[in-house]
Design a protein around this ligand. Sequence first.
Ligand code: GLN
Length: 308
Amino acid sequence: MPVVLNNPLLEDILTQIRPLIGRGKVADYIPVLAEIPGNKLGIAVCTVEGEVFSAGDATERFSIQSISKVLSLTLAMARYEEHEIWQRVGKEPSGQPFNSLLQLELEQGKPRNPFINAGALVVCDMLQTRLSAPKQRMLEVVRMLAEQPDLGYDARVAKSELEHSARNAAIAWLMKSFGNFDNDVMTVLHNYFHYCALKMSCAELAKTFLFLANQGRALHLDEPIITALQARQINALMVTSGMYDGAGEFAYRVGMPGKSGVGGGIIAVVPQEMSIAVWCPELDSSGNSLAGTAALEILAQRIGRSIF
Ligand code: GLN
């Protein structure tokens, strides 16, 4: 029998998964991220009825990393025609690590999907073309969605990524060699790293992403962020590509559209019902939060939710 969603339920789930801490590995290829204690654990849920639930370190901000790829795609979908986006980036799962160069060479510089690094870099390139101040615009959007005017970028994380950017730079340059990158590589990398370095808490993330559960609308805003159809399309892409090479495992265990980041955050969506954010910095071998995935798996079972 499904149980009622409330704060004690979330506390209970965190207690259940805490023993998993120690089994994963905090991302260390971005040195500043390696400093984060591995035992942080938080969860927050926002429902389309306006309820908010949370437990653990739900109000502590962390680096959202690749969760930002959903936001950059959202901004692009609001500014480009559908075909303009999908002629430059695909919609298929990659079955490869998030920062792989392999398929990119084989597929003539067209990334498999917008949620691997190559795809997100193309999307950032498109934003650079259409926005006069892409970094500032992203901040305005997240501050508005989360209703938190003090949200910002973690300059140390962005700098750390820029100093270790060889692989992402290689990806961008390879796409440029195939003619699938219009703007200055360094400028776009700079914006991409800042998007990854957005600092948000589980509570802020759950609120920000409620529009994906609510047909493209935030509860507190009059204008939709994107159309209901676009929200559905983003959710579909999250199911197939949001967890990289772990997308199948995540669909099997959790059964919701999800997007992870190497900071240990995951955002998940139950369409028409709720958005959920979890955070635990230790990652599994696919680069997804190990305990965070387990928390979502238990929550899905306890409240009896799955899109399947
Ligand atoms: N900033 C990271 C990178 O570009 C994002 C990767 C991730 O969160 N999966 O490598």
